[in-house]
Write a protein that binds this ligand. Structure first.
Ligand code: NAI
Length: 211
């Protein structure tokens, strides 16, 4: 089957979910799955699943279903989890520490190589074997290590200045936990915004509109 050259963002956004579900099935030793069964487990329609996976050339066989190992590996490749993208994290406060400590960066194609904060008292403390560095060392560190991605866990009012520095230091992507709208000022950057509060409010809407 021919691959589409353009893949819409909603499809891309569903891929990590496929990857996660398939990872669990794979761990449980299941070798194949029909689109009907995958749809039941994921709460998507079977035709949605077929459509999504066909965007990438389809990985299923008529009458057999999907080979889980193959599909898992192919989606992993599409998502780039086999990469090792050098990544830094800025802001080692409550959120930054939690992310640096609990996120499996390497399983998702990222290599966390540096953590920075402006609080001098934090300098030298270790998070998962990585020393927290003072933000004044950002320039030299980036010149030496060429990080491609930065995780931003600082207050919104410091974000623009830091992003400006990061762009000048050739950082290409931001995993943005601040509420600063990076894309408005830096349209060329790849940005993924994470707002836990949006998710919570979506739950609130669902609770209040059950019928
Ligand atoms: P925090 O106050 O515990 O940590 C912020 C850290 O950033 C501090 O260690 C501070 O020294 C450092 N910092 C401030 N300006 C800096 C700069 N210019 N360079 C380097 N380090 C700098 O705050 P917390 O709870 O960790 O939250 C951090 C940010 O994340 C806040 O903006 C908060 O609104 C946001 N947040 C976002 C969530 C989301 O779902 N997107 C969830 C929770 C918090």
């Amino acid at each position: 089957m021919k691959k589409n050259t353009y893949i819409s963002l909603p499809v891309i956004k569903r891929l990590p979910r496929y990857y996660r579900f398939l990872g669990v099935l794979r761990k449980n030793g299941i070798e194949k799955i029909s689109s009907n069964e995958l749809s039941r487990r994921m709460g998507l329609t079977a035709s949605q699943i077929r459509q999504d996976l066909n965007c990438f050339g389809g990985f299923g066989q008529q009458g057999y279903g999907y080979n889980i190992e193959q599909l898992y590996n192919e989606i992993g490749k599409i998502l780039g989890v086999d990469k090792n993208t050098p990544t830094i994290l800025i802001g080692a406060g409550n959120l930054g520490r939690a992310i640096a400590s609990h996120m499996s960066f390497s399983e998702r194609g990222f290599d966390l190589i540096g953590v920075f904060d402006k609080n001098e008292a934090l300098a030298g403390q270790m998070i998962k074997g990585i020393p927290i560095r003072h933000i004044s060392g950002l320039y030299n560190f980036c010149k030496d290590n060429s990080p491609v991605v930065a995780v931003l866990c600082i207050p919104e009012d410091s974000a623009k200045e830091i992003v400006e520095q990061l762009v000048n230091l050739n950082v290409k992507g931001i995993w943005n936990f601040t509420h600063y709208n990076i894309s408005a000022d830096f349209p060329s950057l790849s940005v993924e915004n994470v707002h836990l509060s949006d998710s919570l409010m979506t739950l609130s809407y669902q609770l209040n509109n059950k019928d």
